[in-house]
Design a protein around this ligand. Structure first.
Ligand code: ATP
Length: 470
């Protein structure tokens, strides 16, 4: 059960996100669109910093990884081969009284959770879910009536058409995950590089899912940025359990070090046999303690050779790998770490939020902060101060994201920057004109340092350089 304190933390984050320009409800002037959000001037920076962190840590800084940017609209057969057309589905149910539409598994889970009980609904058929709802007389969480439609499956893939006339032949799908783009480019990647097993391909990009569950901010949205890796290996040479463990370690490190999230709010959960896809030998989720409970943040699955076998079968193109040393030909196996960047962003905002007296601070890792520094002239009506401060602002802006503020008293300006996670505030005062130095105030310690203007850029960059480069 979510506590009152944690529920209000979510409310605080949602309100801060809107007030300060991190995340806005989508299309708000038209009444909004469920499960859609806009990333405002600060949100787009924070999201991009998390993406860059992911890309640097998992693609650029590793010699066994390369990147890919495949299409959002792929050949429709891709999704037949992958099993998404037939099986990428959730079960839904509608309240006949108030028309609330819900995922049947969520309805059941939330009902039992509210009673302090746990129930496993993974892998259950629509008929089994319907029985659970009926037998337990589960009421609608909105109107409290128990009058449900039958449970029906619906596909999460968004459909669209190529061309102006919608016909069966022109039907295509917006990708529901980035992974399939990697599998269908596998041969081209092999042919165009000198990669040998084991190696991985990473991809970051938008994916689309027809989600009907409402709420929980940017945790679950219709479109989101996904970061996926397919790590290919030879099962006769590499021990999959060891590889799996090393990916678990990499993911944990990324969350706790690169994103600076508190370890006590994270845990691994292994999927049970009924929950796991039939082709997967092992699946574990890294879960974060969101205000609405521990929920999946990052999936890690050993998918065997299932996907490349399927695409070999459906395309008629041999997707096997020829071992240059032994001359053996085989279809590689894969381990797949998969995460939603937006979900990471929700976690980072929740985890870094602090209230210290009347001060609100987003204690973001400095490299993730939307602005690395803010520059203030002590007084806005003193042109000498403004001129020097503007010069510093312009110079710093060539190297990092910087905010400018000359309104209100300095204390208020500090607080406004604390709330959005700016690690350093730089103030130009009258001594600056004499001594060619400035006051640099640290967000976390609130300590002030005097720093020569010509050393300022190095001083800030040293402290905020991307985490993974430390
Ligand atoms: P869930 O059970 O929460 O629906 P899933 O098991 O369907 O997630 P995967 O298909 O394993 O999720 O996707 C990998 C990752 O993508 C998830 O761990 C999550 O971080 C992210 N993700 C999935 N669906 C969404 C969504 N609708 N909005 C934002 N992120 C998502």
């Amino acid at each position: 059960m979510a506590t009152t304190e944690s529920v209000s933390l979510m409310d605080k984050i949602v309100s801060l996100a809107k007030r300060r320009g991190f995340v806005f409800p989508s299309s708000e002037i038209y009444g909004g669109l469920a499960n859609s959000y806009e990333y405002g001037p600060l949100g787009v920076e924070l999201k991009k910093n998390i993406q860059d962190e992911w890309w640097n840590a998992f693609v650029r800084q590793r010699s066994d990884m390369v990147g890919l940017d495949s299409s959002i609209i792929l050949h429709p057969k891709v999704w037949e081969a992958s099993g998404h057309v037939a099986g990428f589905a959730d079960a839904m149910v509608d309240c006949k009284n108030c028309k609330t539409r819900m995922r049947a598994d969520h309805l059941i889970e939330e009902y039992f959770e509210s009673k302090g009980e746990k129930v496993s609904v993974e892998g259950k058929s629509p008929a089994e879910l319907e029985r659970l709802i009926k037998d337990n007389k589960i009421p609608c969480p909105v109107c409290s009536k128990h009058d449900w439609t039958p449970v029906r499956k619906f596909n999460l893939l968004f459909e669209t058409n190529i061309g102006i006339v919608p016909e069966a032949q022109s039907k295509v799908y917006l990708r529901g995950e980035t992974a399939q783009g990697i599998f269908v480019s596998f041969k081209n990647i092999l042919d165009s590089t000198r990669l040998s097993l084991p190696f991985g391909v990473g991809q970051l990009g938008k994916v689309f899912r027809n989600e009907i569950t409402k709420g929980n901010f940017i945790f679950r949205t219709l479109e989101f940025e996904q970061g996926e890796i397919e790590y290919f290996f030879d099962p006769a040479v590499d021990d999959w359990q060891k590889l799996f463990e090393s990916w678990k370690k990499n993911i944990w490190e990324f969350a706790t070090n690169n994103l600076n999230v508190r370890a006590e709010n994270l845990r691994w959960r292994e999927h049970s046999d009924e929950e796991r896809s039939f082709y997967s030998k092992r699946t574990e989720d890294l879960e974060y303690k969101f205000p609405f409970g521990f929920k999946e943040l990052w999936g890690l699955a050993y998918r065997t050779d299932y996907d490349l076998q399927q695409h070999t079968k459906y395309s008629g193109i041999d997707l096997s790998y020829l071992d240059p040393v032994s001359g053996r030909k085989f279809i590689p196996h894969v381990i797949e770490p998969s995460v939603g960047i937006n979900r990471l962003m929700a976690m980072v905002m929740l985890d870094s939020y602090r209230e210290e007296g009347d001060r609100v601070v987003l204690q973001l890792k400095p490299g993730l902060a939307p602005y690395k520094a803010a520059v203030f002239p002590l007084l806005a009506n003193k042109p000498q101060l403004v001129e020097v401060a503007q010069g510093i602002y312009r110079d710093l802006k060539k190297e990092m994201t910087v905010a400018w503020d000359d309104r209100g008293n300095i204390g208020k300006r500090y607080y406004a920057q604390d709330e959005i996670g700016t690690p350093y505030c730089v103030t130009v005062d009258f001594d600056s004109l004499e001594n060619k130095d400035v006051t640099v105030r640290d967000r976390d310690t609130m300590k002030q340092d005097r720093v020569p203007i010509k050393e300022l850029s190095r001083y800030i960059k040293e402290a905020v350089r991307p985490n993974s480069l430390h």
